[in-house]
Design a protein around this ligand. Structure first.
Ligand SMILES: NC(=O)c1ccc[n+]([C@@H]2O[C@H](COP(=O)([O-])OP(=O)(O)OC[C@H]3O[C@@H](n4cnc5c(N)ncnc54)[C@H](O)[C@@H]3O)[C@@H](O)[C@H]2O)c1
Length: 326
């Protein structure tokens, strides 16, 4: 039975911990949060030891830790956990600096512990099935991807999410998901050109709209249009392949795909049956620790997504094309 500690007992931490606690081979035995109310609620729910000190929790008899605190605290917590020999599941974005991501990977590798970053979008039914169809080869090779994720001005408007210090901006807090998924489909990003700005009354301290153009190492191209500044919510993805095209309408679907000259096949989101994505990512992490199974995505994937986001901010600042790996 894997003994797991939870750091950050808010919305996502509690969700992940519930899945972890319900698996046959893992349970939440210790919890920590800066806020007493959240700490006590989680301790009661999981019948776990409540630690007001993160250092004391790390020193306790634990095998692994879930890190679900605001984005700027992921790196110091994950590094301390790895140094103490604990396996780590870290929420996305892995960190707000590439150097921190690298330090997290190094700490985990030195300690010989597993490090997974929560790029759950890959496992969400519509996106999971979209990738599955592309991988089948029926549409040929992907050469262009466009992703639009707009709206939800209120989502980042309050608390830590609205601040550059804790959240980093849209590309870190929200669209690191899309940047990861685009890489998952298209391959390694090579260069980025981004434009962004803040145009509405949104109280966020950063951009409220961004265009990010990516050229991948294999020559394929992509564009992400994102931000909270649209009063009409929109989530769409289109992947053009050499023998056909596939689109999806985000989480709610549907998926539509067609080979050139053929009628589109339509798959509704409700037709896709699979394991809950959050349960799946935690189950895979637990299996990787207990059975040495391979991780579906890891620290290197987390770092690559942060690298692309960081390159986009750099590009917008300099108003020129930049290399992802600077
Ligand atoms: N993968 C996804 O789909 C997804 C969705 C939501 C959030 N997230 C990520 O999960 C993380 C947490 O988000 P959330 O929605 O649960 O936020 P939240 O505000 O609901 O919870 C964060 C909790 O962390 C606590 N906290 C803050 N700083 C801390 C510290 N240094 N040490 C210990 N506890 C601390 C807060 O008191 C709060 O209870 C973020 O990184 C976010 O980006 C991922």
């Amino acid at each position: 039975m894997l003994k797991v500690g939870l750091i950050g007992c808010g919305g996502m931490g509690t969700n992940l911990a519930r899945h972890c606690h319900s698996l046959p081979n893992s349970k939440i035995t210790a919890v920590h949060d800066m806020k007493t109310e959240a700490l006590e609620r989680a301790a009661a729910e999981f019948d776990a030891q409540a630690y007001t000190s993160f250092r004391k929790l790390i020193g306790s008899d634990l095998d692994a830790m879930i890190v679900a605190t605001p984005n700027d605290s992921h790196a110091p917590i994950a590094i301390a956990a790895a140094n103490a020999g604990k396996h780590v599941f870290c929420e996305k974005p892995m960190a707000l600096r590439v150097s921190d991501c690298r330090a997290m990977i190094e700490a985990a590798e030195k300690a010989g512990v597993k490090l997974m970053v929560g790029h759950v979008l890959r496992l969400i039914p519509v996106f999971w099935n979209t990738k599955h169809i592309i991988d089948s080869g029926i549409l040929g090779k992907p050469f262009a991807i466009t992703v639009t994720r707009l709206g939800g001005l209120d989502t980042l408007a309050t608390g830590w999410r609205a601040t550059i210090k804790h959240s980093g901006g849209y590309l870190y807090e929200i669209n690191v998901h899309e940047l990861d998924y685009m890489r998952f489909v298209m391959g390694e990003p090579e260069t980025v050109f981004a434009s962004m700005g803040h145009f509405t009354a949104s109280p966020v301290e950063f951009e409220d709209v961004a265009f990010v153009q990516i050229r991948y190492a294999n020559g394929s191209i992509g564009t992400l249009h994102c931000g909270g500044s649209s009063s009409i919510k929109k989530y769409e993805m289109m992947i053009q392949c050499t023998e056909g095209t596939i689109t999806n309408g985000g989480f709610a679907g549907p998926i539509r795909y067609a080979r050139f000259g053929e009628e589109p096949t339509v798959i509704q989101a409700s037709e896709i049956t699979k394991e809950d994505p959050y349960r799946e990512e935690i189950r895979c992490w637990v299996d990787a620790i207990t059975n040495n199974a391979s991780l579906p995505f890891d620290g290197y994937d987390g770092m690559a997504a942060v690298q692309t986001a960081a390159a986009a901010y750099r590009s917008a600042r300099l108003n020129r094309v930049v290399r992802c790996k600077s």
